[in-house]
Design a protein around this ligand. Sequence first.
Ligand SMILES: *Cc1c(COP(=O)(O)O)cnc(C)c1O
Length: 358
Amino acid sequence: MPRPIEAIIDLQALRNNVAVARRHAGASGVFAVVKADAYGHGLERVLPALEMADGFAVVELDAALRVRADAPSKPILLLEGFFDEQELIDISTHRLSAVVHERSQFDMLLAATLPQPIDVFVKINTGMNRLGFRVGDAAEVVADLRTCGNVRQVMAMTHFADADGARGVDWQMRPLLQLTDSLDLKICAANSAALLRYPQSHGAWVRPGIMLYGASPFEDVTAQRLGIRPVMTLRSRIIAVQTLAPGDSVGYGCTYVADRAMRIGIVAAGYGDGYPRHAPSGTPALVSGERVQTVGRVSMDTLVVDLAPVPRAGVDSEITLWGEGLPVEQVAGAAGTVSYELLTRVTPRVPFRVRDDG
Ligand SMILES: *Cc1c(COP(=O)(O)O)cnc(C)c1O
């Protein structure tokens, strides 16, 4: 038998989550965000379950072209636009849509000779202060794009800094709406959190990512309450069992010392598989459906769990590291990171398997 770790991708869960996004979106179009290899799930693996999306959004041009091969007519949006003129030509050739967020992109677009005009989403910096034109500069940029022969249609796009948190979206929606009302621009603004919580942000297009993969964008609302289900389950097996006496330690650095007699399970999963090395003792996992906790440091190929809650577990028992029955948000929270990072960091040595039962 091969090393037992695997990542299972549940396409029925993905279809369910897209349906939830669709329902919240109402009349708005849904761009399914599939950047970073579909948040680590595998672009080609997930596309068959995204038929209900109205379009796709990615960061990488090569991914956009792969999506185009699968979806010949749907809009595909490049969230960071293009980085050189050849990319711009490819965008035009393959009827992709591009964000324009910066003066040099704007100049390139105005100067280019393109096979056909493209749809442009002008990114407006409404407070994130990462990408986008200042609100005060936007009217001129939009006017120039509207008279440019390389541009078919101009829309407005922004990104929210705290849609999942206390500040919400209205402080960013206000300047955006002022601009889009006066210039008669369609809006594309909402990420998962805004789609789920702020209908006033929906506009013509929404851009959910993380919710499609079944993780809640909110710290205070579970995925289950949102009606979404985990798409990726990372699981492995116990490959050895040790019994410890009080005073025995576990793993590198001897950071965990048993204060009682213990049975511990050694799991074939480590940071070499993408499990977070910074997950401290006490990070949850599931053995035979029961919650257990890690003990000691995560190493490259193994991690260790306390088997006290599951006395019948032993070598070959299955363990869920995150996914079905154990939200990835909980593991991420314990490890001081976010679900996005864990999902996108599963390493190439982990085999993926697609499940698509009826
Ligand atoms: C990644 C990304 C999204 C999706 O955000 P989620 O929080 O995953 O829903 C939307 N818009 C932009 C610009 C992004 O980069």
